[in-house]
Design a protein around this ligand. Structure first.
Ligand code: UTP
Length: 157
């Protein structure tokens, strides 16, 4: 069965990177010019994933905002003429990369519990899990390599 769904747990407290994460989600910390979680969503999309569930928590609203449209910002960039065209396209594209859904992990009870919050999203389908703070950059996305291995060998227990 083709793997088209991914789950990204992003509801942790980020205690190892305090105080940076006191009010900023760890997954939103920038790496050069993009938040970490955008690299992760891009990795999933480049691996053939079409539907992504991000597990969030209180105080993680910035993640939802990042993958949403921002009409006021887009209008400002549009009126900025040709020199703003490239960044306008980048900003709009972020919200069209995949079908992105969100669910809250109501208590921070660990990674396994976070993934379990995706139970009804994945149903009986195989799915990928990408940690919301684990950026892996490569020409051949790591997630895609794992999906190919799954498709070739099936579930290995
Ligand atoms: P981590 O263990 O790296 O995240 O989990 P953490 O709990 O925020 O780390 P500390 O506090 O710095 O030690 C890997 C991923 O799983 C998510 C985190 O947000 C991170 O993206 N996670 C972790 C959840 O979604 N729920 C949890 O209960 C724990």
């Amino acid at each position: 069965m083709k793997v088209t769904k991914a789950v990204i747990p992003a509801a942790g407290l980020g205690t190892r990177v305090l105080p940076a994460t006191k009010s900023m989600p760890k997954e939103m910390l920038p790496i050069v010019d993009k938040p970490a979680i955008q690299y992760i969503v891009e990795e999933a999309v480049h691996s053939g994933i079409t539907d992504i569930l991000i597990i969030t928590n209180r105080g993680k609203g910035l993640i939802e905002d990042h993958f949403d449209r921002v009409p006021e910002l887009e209008a400002r960039l549009t009126s900025g003429g040709p020199e703003k065209e490239k960044i306008l396209k980048e900003i709009v594209d972020i919200s069209h990369m995949a079908n992105i859904y969100f669910v809250r992990q109501k208590e921070t009870r660990g990674l396994g519990h976070a993934v379990n919050c995706a139970r009804s999203f994945v149903g009986k389908e195989p799915f990928a899990v990408l940690y919301g703070d684990d950026v892996i950059i490569g020409e051949d996305p790591a997630c895609g390599q794992l999906i190919r291995a799954y498709e070739e060998f099936g579930l290995v227990c």
